[in-house]
Design a protein around this ligand. Structure first.
Ligand SMILES: [Zn+2]
Length: 384
């Protein structure tokens, strides 16, 4: 069975167009800031005409603005208005942050457009009366797009981003289910004992980044940052792909990288890429027809996966204990594999299929009756 799936193509724009794109981005910022200002002004006026402007209202207000702009066209302005209205509602704020065009804190460039304004022309692309060349243009062959954007990264390079529809074959994995324990010593350990080695690309490079920054080589420092980001992403992509290809059901602990990022472990947590790994598992799983579940992680490192007694190491002080013996049944455990096994058990006991977003860290507890029924069926299975 094949299902349609949206995938974003990212193609690097050749550097000769960067100057034009930079200039166009300043105009985009102007339109965006106008939307921000007018939307706040209409929402806070004191007479009866107070209201929140929708994307269409903003389009009406900005109609004809192309006359005063040299680079961007009407469809870009319309998309900015729509995106602004959407983002403001999603952020639940009275106004969004201003887009800054100059200085050290400037916003990264962003130029949205609709399908019709980006056309193929020979080996190049045509946008707003200007010809663009991109690297890897063969990836554009045979795809059609509805909309897209030019986006700038921190280094200053421009990328053409096009969401395109692809059809993906859904398959059945050879193995049944697996639990994954996320950690800092090893980034991830599965209940079968497979490990994703700790991702610490940032830790390894931070003295080099610091040296570059002190010498004033900011662009090089940003390049190094980008390289680290890409390596982390690549490692997470590879590991998640391997898991998705092997297992049908994948259970992950509900450790929240956003919460831990506020503690002293922040650097290690963010460097290890838990959030990335979860996100990739989710999107790849959805794509391939797998189940990815998030499981409550409480006591998973403390309890013994063979007998269930809470005999393992607990607390921060015993974090260094990597191997331990269960006082109850005498089984030797590797700390992380044991935790992963517990996650696997917890998931198969009270399976609530939820998407593991960071935004929903608290799961609704499964109802008592369903738990009892499942426990009962477990007992029956054990007796049989
Ligand atoms: Zn035990």
């Amino acid at each position: 069975m094949s299902v349609p799936f949206i995938r974003t193509l990212r193609l690097k724009v050749r550097p000769e167009s960067h100057a034009w794109l930079n200039a166009a981005a300043i105009e985009v910022n102007g339109v965006f800031n106008y939307c921000n200002q007018i939307s706040l002004a209409t929402a806070t006026r004191t007479d009866r005409k107070r209201k929140w402007l929708s994307g269409y209202d903003l389009c009406n207000l900005t109609a004809g603005a192309t006359e005063y702009l040299q680079h961007i066209g009407a469809d870009t302005i319309q998309r900015i208005c729509m995106e602004y209205a959407q983002k403001r509602v999603a952020a639940r704020c009275r106004k969004l942050r201003w887009r800054v065009s100059r200085g050290a804190r400037r916003s990264l460039g962003w130029i949205p457009f609709k399908a019709a304004s980006l056309k193929r022309k020979g080996t190049a692309l045509r946008f707003c009366g200007k010809t663009f060349r991109v690297f890897e243009r063969e990836r554009l062959e045979g795809v059609s797009w509805k909309q897209g954007c030019f986006a700038q990264d921190a280094v200053g390079d421009w990328w053409l981003c096009l969401p395109v529809q692809v059809s993906v074959e859904q398959t059945v994995a050879p193995k049944d289910s697996v639990g994954i324990d996320l950690g800092i010593k090893d980034a991830a350990v599965t209940s079968d004992g497979e490990r994703l080695e700790a991702i610490r690309f940032y830790r390894d490079a931070q003295h080099r980044i610091g040296a570059l920054q002190r010498r004033g080589h900011l662009r090089q420092a940003k390049r190094l940052h980008r390289r680290i980001r890409r390596r982390r992403k690549d490692a997470c992509h590879q590991f998640s792909r391997k898991l998705i290809n092997t297992y049908q059901t994948i259970l992950v602990g509900d450790v929240s990288s956003l919460k831990l990022a506020k503690t002293r472990m922040a650097k290690s947590v963010l460097d290890s890429g838990w959030g990335l790994l979860k996100r990739f598992l989710q999107s790849k799983g959805e794509c391939a027809g797998r189940t990815v579940q998030v499981v409550n992680e409480r006591n998973t490192s403390r309890s013994c996966s063979s007998c269930g007694a809470l005999s393992g190491p607990s607390g921060l002080r015993q974090l260094a204990v990597r191997r331990w013996e269960c006082a109850h049944c005498g089984e030797w455990h590797d700390r992380d594999v044991n935790a992963a096994r517990n996650i696997l058990r917890a998931g198969s006991r009270c399976g609530t299929s939820v998407s593991g977003n960071e935004s929903s860290p608290v799961e609704p507890p499964p109802s008592q009756t369903s738990c009892l029924r499942e426990a009962g069926s477990d007992a029956q299975r054990a007796a049989a």
